[in-house]
Ligand binder design. Structure first.
Ligand code: GLN
Length: 565
């Protein structure tokens, strides 16, 4: 479809565009703000396409180091995106796609290719307007794809950075050149320095000024702070930034991000946005969210807790530990625990520490263990001893991708007697490559074709009847008792279970509880005679949502709770 047809379609849809920027600091909550706005508008019966606009020149997030980038969230159509897409999906309870994710890399790649194809008809191809126009084209494509009443474009980074100005320019052009329905929401941080003891609005004043320098006047200010912003500061911000005082919204810290939409709703943000666009208010349907929040409060009060260790790598960044790398895992464990009416205390354990101090010493006090995804050899021996500890001591275990591969290696070594078993990712010369690379993947690596070439996105899987895995999916009503037990889960990996070892490991007691429909790829392994021991080659965490917890996480926490009693 050509650009013009798409643009016309989006106009026909009469889509409204909301840009969200951040100021003062990164991680200010733009992603959760965007996700919350999307949830609120959907609760009024509108369809929303949230879009993350990232600044880097990488075409996708797949080639960025996790310490640098945080989690790589994989969409159903197999795109390696930013973790914010995960929040969007969790808040609107829907699958998003490649259209919901833009990077400068994609934008420039398209423009340069179009130039090479002579699609600019001999025109001088310029940064402005051609880059913003390509951004606008992509936002419109997102609108068409979801038949969206609203596109919410979250601009990565903070105002004042060189790298995101062309997204600001897209916003400005849409509004003032193309006369589209566009508003701008700015999320800023108001610090309360302990030495002063007073909330400071100056940083937000400054960030709005910088935004004004890009030709943008924000319509709403979201004030992130430890506490709700008071009237005095609201009034100051209003006259300094020219944002009407009623459009200055408090966004104090909350114990759960899922409270944010309700907090906005209480300040009538949705109505104010609809009014800004000249739209009539509609009744909202927020009952499910209210129930969820009520449940979280009850669980917090009841003080029923389980302690879960997440044993992975990539945690350290300088003097700090970073849990953002596993944000979907964190959320999925929470969803699973709320489904079981307990609170999960998560403990970040570096697998290197397990190597240094031994599994028993490090892991003794935990009720359940998760080994999440990962790449490369560092820390893998620590993961393997972690899994051995869970297997031998009946501690519920859930392995996610690398956690499934490591569980297979552990079983091969310590149960099936294949002492030097390994994955070829770690040891090319292992005599027992129980996890190996498939020939087509190997070819890609030899040609240095790294970008977007892993096994990615949603794949069908057929579950073996009579397994723990089957029970989990049955309990969640995702499969029925009869017929084919088919599920679809998201992948991101290059290596696979080696079928040459299938018989030997099964004979030793390893249960293969899921394969691709053709039976060729092993997707899930588990153990008999263990309270809960399941490893999946896919990443179940990407499909877990607060209103529909993932079956494997719900089942895992259920086993943890049962054992704790
Ligand atoms: N490193 C493993 C592979 O590429 C596992 C990847 C993951 O955990 N996402 O197969």
């Amino acid at each position: 479809m050509s650009y013009h047809i798409k643009a016309r379609k989006a106009k026909k849809l009469n889509t409204k565009f909301i840009f969200v920027s951040g100021g003062v600091i990164s991680s200010v909550g733009k992603g959760v703000t965007t996700a919350s706005l999307a949830a609120l508008l959907e609760s009024r019966g509108y369809s929303v396409a949230p879009v993350k606009c990232d600044m880097y020149l990488n075409v996708d997030a797949g080639t960025i180091r996790p310490q640098e980038h945080g989690e790589v969230f994989v969409t159903k159509d197999g795109v390696e995106t930013d973790q914010d897409l995960g929040n969007y999906e969790r808040f609107i309870n829907a699958d998003l796609s490649s259209s919901n994710y833009i990077t400068n890399g994609q934008v420039y790649q398209t423009i340069i290719q179009k130039e090479r194809n002579f699609e600019y008809d001999g025109e001088d191809v310029e940064i402005v307007p051609h880059v913003p126009e390509e951004i606008i084209r992509r936002l419109e494509k997102a609108a068409v794809e979801r038949r969206a009443d609203f596109v919410i474009a979250e601009i990565g980074g903070t105002v004042g950075e060189y790298q995101n100005v062309l997204y600001m320019e897209a916003n400005r052009i849409m509004k003032y050149r193309d006369n589209r329905d566009v508003i701008h929401v700015h999320v800023g941080y108001l610090p309360t320095p302990p030495s002063v003891g007073e909330m400071k609005s100056k940083p937000v004043q400054t960030s709005v000024r910088i935004l004004n320098g890009s030709g943008i006047q924000p319509d709403f200010l979201i004030c992130r702070a430890e506490k709700p912003i008071d009237d005095r500061r609201k009034e100051t911000l209003a006259w300094v930034t020219s944002v009407p005082v009623q459009n200055i919204i408090a966004a104090p810290n909350v114990d759960s991000i899922y409270r944010v939409p309700m907090n906005f709703e209480q300040q009538h943000l949705t109505d104010k946005i609809l009014e800004k666009f000249g739209m009539k208010s509609r009744k909202n349907d927020f009952q499910e969210w209210k129930n969820l929040i009520g449940r979280i409060s009850r669980i917090t009060e009841s003080k029923k807790v389980v302690d879960i260790a997440v044993v992975g790598k990539y945690y350290e960044t300088g003097a700090y530990k970073l849990a953002d790398v596993y944000i979907s895992v964190v959320e999925a464990i929470k969803h699973g625990s709320w489904a079981n009416n307990v609170k999960a205390n998560l403990h970040w354990i570096s697998s290197i520490d397990v190597e240094k101090h031994g599994a028993k010493k490090v892991l003794e006090k935990f009720d359940g263990i998760v080994v999440p995804g990962g790449f490369g050899s560092r820390g893998t021996e620590g993961m393997i001893s972690t899994i051995q500890y869970a297997r031998e001591n009946n501690v519920p275990y859930l392995g996610l991708c690398y956690g499934m591969q490591m569980a297979t290696i552990e079983f091969a070594r310590n149960v099936a007697g294949l002492k030097l078993a390994n994955t070829t990712e770690v040891d090319d010369d292992t005599p027992h490559p129980v996890i190996h690379i498939m020939p087509d993947q190997e070819k890609k690596l030899l040609n240095r074709e790294y970008g977007a070439t892993m096994r990615l996105g949603g794949w069908d899987c057929v579950i073996t009847r009579g397994t723990i895995t089957e029970k989990c999916y049955l309990d969640s009503k995702i499969i029925g008792k009869t017929g084919k037990a088919k599920i679809n889960e998201r992948h991101r990996h290059r290596y696979e279970f080696n079928n040459e070892y299938r018989e030997k490991l099964e004979a030793g007691g390893l249960v293969i509880s899921g394969t691709t429909p053709d039976g060729k790829l092993v997707e899930i392994v588990e153990l008999k005679n263990h309270p809960f021991f399941v490893g999946s080659q896919f990443h179940p965490e990407f499909q877990s949502r607060p209103l529909s917890p993932h079956p494997l996480f719900a089942g895992f926490v259920k086993a943890v709770v049962k054992l704790k009693k």
